[in-house]
Each structure stands twice: as C-alpha cells, then as structure tokens.
Design a binder for this molecule. Sequence first.
Ligand SMILES: Cc1ncc(COP(=O)(O)O)c(C=O)c1O
Length: 389
Amino acid sequence: MKSAQYLLIPGPTPIPLRVARAMDRPMINHRGPEFRAIVEEVLGGVKRICRTQENLLIYPASGTGGLEAAVANFIAPGEKVLAVSIGVFGDRFAEIASRFGARTEKMDFPWGSGADPDQIRDRINKDKKGEIKAILITHNETSTGACNDIKAIRAAVGHHPALFMVDSVSGLAAHELRMDEWGLDVVVSGSQKAFMIPPGLSFMAFSHRALTKQHNTQNSRYYWDVNIGLEYQQSGQTPFTPPISLYYGLQEALKMLEEEGLEHVLKRHRNYREMVRSSINAMGLELFTEERFASNAVTSICAPASIGANAIRKYMLDEFNIILAGGQQELDNKIFRLGHLGYVRELDIISVLAALELTLVKFHYDLHMGSGLNQAQQILFKYHISKKE
Ligand SMILES: Cc1ncc(COP(=O)(O)O)c(C=O)c1O
C-alpha cells in the first residue's frame, strides 16, 4: 500500500480540507455585492497579517508577479537601487529591477547567512547625494533557509529616503513582520506559502510614500498598475477578472489563521524549526544555515557527501511518499530542504524525521536510530506543556 503523500517543500504547501471545501463553490459575478464583501474581508485579513493600515493589492500571479509589480510601479528606469541578496530569490529581485532598467548595485552576503545591518548602514551612509532610490531585500530566503532581520536592517537604513522593499513571499505569517511599525514601504507575499492556499495570488502592500513616489515616475505598466488597482478597489472590485476560487480559499484560510491567532501561528512555525534543527543536530548531520539566521519556514540540511542529497530525496519519495526540496543552483545534491510552513502538522514532521533516520541507516550512515526523533519529541513535549501554562 502506498501511503498518503507528505508534501514538505517550501511551497506550494498542503492545504487544509476547510480551504479545499471553501474553494469548491460556484462562480459568482466578480462585479457584484457578494464578491465585494469577499474583497473587503480578505483585504482586511491580509493587512492584519502584514501589520499595516496602508494600501494592499492582490494580484492573480505567483510571488514573482508581485515582485515585478513592485518594481514596475515603484522604480523608474535609470534609478539606482541597492539589492541585498542572500540567495536565489535575492538575486531574482535584483534581476527584475535590472530588466526594468534600474541601475542595480548588488550587495551579496554568503549563502546560509543573513545580511549584516552594519554593512548596509555603512553603504547607505556613503550615499550622501541620496542617489539610491530603493533598497530591495528578501525576508525569508527560501533557497538557503536563512531569514534576514528586517527590523534591524530597516533601522540601520535610518532616515535615508530610499524606498524599503521586502520580498516576504515565504516569510509572511511564518516570521514576524510589522510593516508600519518597522517603516517598510513595500511588502510582497504569495498565497502558496504560510497562507495555506494554492499558488496563484500575490499580495503587495505599499506605503503612502511609495504611492506618492510612483505618481512621479514614468514607467510602462498596465496589468500591474497600482492606480488602476486602487481605483477599482474603491468599489470592491479588481480591474481584471479575479481567480474567484482562490479568493474563496483565501477567505477561509484567513479565518483559520485568525482563529489560531497570529502570535500562535508564528510560535507554531518557530517550534517546527526547533523540532527539525535539534533533531538534525542529534542525527549528526550538518545544518546549512547558522542558528541565528535559521528560518521558521524551511530548513536546509547538508547531506553526507558519501550519499548525496538527491539519493536521500529519491529514497524518501520512493519508499515513504515524502517530498522534500532539493538544493538550487550550486547547492544541487549538496543540501535538501525540509519545508515546514503553512498547513504542516507537527506529527508530519515527526514522521518525516523518522523516515529520514530510516533512510540514513539504509545508506549505512552511522546513526543510532531514534536519536534525532527523540530530540524532536522532547521539543514537542515542552511546546505542549508550555501551551497549557
Ligand atoms: C522568497 C521567495 N521569493 C520569491 C519567490 C517566487 O515565488 P513564485 O515561485 O510564487 O513566483 C519564492 C518562491 O519560492 C520565494 O520563496
């Protein structure tokens, strides 16, 4: 008998039955009162998760569409931008800006670590003439499992007038993010991560400052144009035909997140991280990301060189129907990534760690079976006790 699939990649993530059922409803008129009520409800819900009272548009797009919308609206061709990168998705944000004609200055930090606020402060302090018009940065770098300290980095930038634009596609609702309090200008996220709905929606929150700036920038844009989006939003509509089923799903997922409470959602993700990391340590495997930058959403694990990451993933898929992500680009076959964001249950993690131990032993890796599992159970036990206190 083949067991049910365990999807533990960092998006798309599994979706709750409640969300799947909510999506299984007939189409409605997207220019009618029923859809208007949904739009108003979901805008409020996503804004609460972003901790913002500023503007929010929802695009029918994957996360990259939201990043492109951010660049197309808020960066003019020829402008200088500072693109901070700690991995594949930081590189992508920089690449989008370059393709739209920005003069992109990359600031790269080693993969597996986070960006250093002091180095960013030093660079910004040298920009006496205020040439840098935007700072692009990834919140949670999904390719490595490192999370940037956005609050500290934003504080390091101080009063420099550049727009502060954050890719939080895999960060939002797994890690804390307080858009207004921290002074972020643009935050982009995606539906298929901690939001627990299928791929296809991208969220872009943006400050009044960003909105004002784009009024003065001449850029080609139509589908992504925030002015058209905001105009239609006033009457509870989207300019173009929306993916109505995904809106149903979003509405239900937001209800679930609010029932759980955002603080608890974040705590749950942090606990997954602790379970996985302590277990991997106890198995004697190396973690790719330094502890202080460790992601709540995904953990990158270095495979023993004698086995290789892809052999581990293949065996886990064939034997246990467990799907893990591989390493991207230069990390291919070196690391495998265990996604633990969105609708992942704690016992899914226990199961996957048990299967990983079985896999390692099958490949003759020197392991006392149960050592990693025991650590994860201990963390889980403490977590349950602390919830009751
Ligand atoms: C941090 C980050 N940015 C951007 C993206 C791109 O999102 P999408 O694949 O939905 O276009 C991803 C996807 O994994 C991501 O994790």
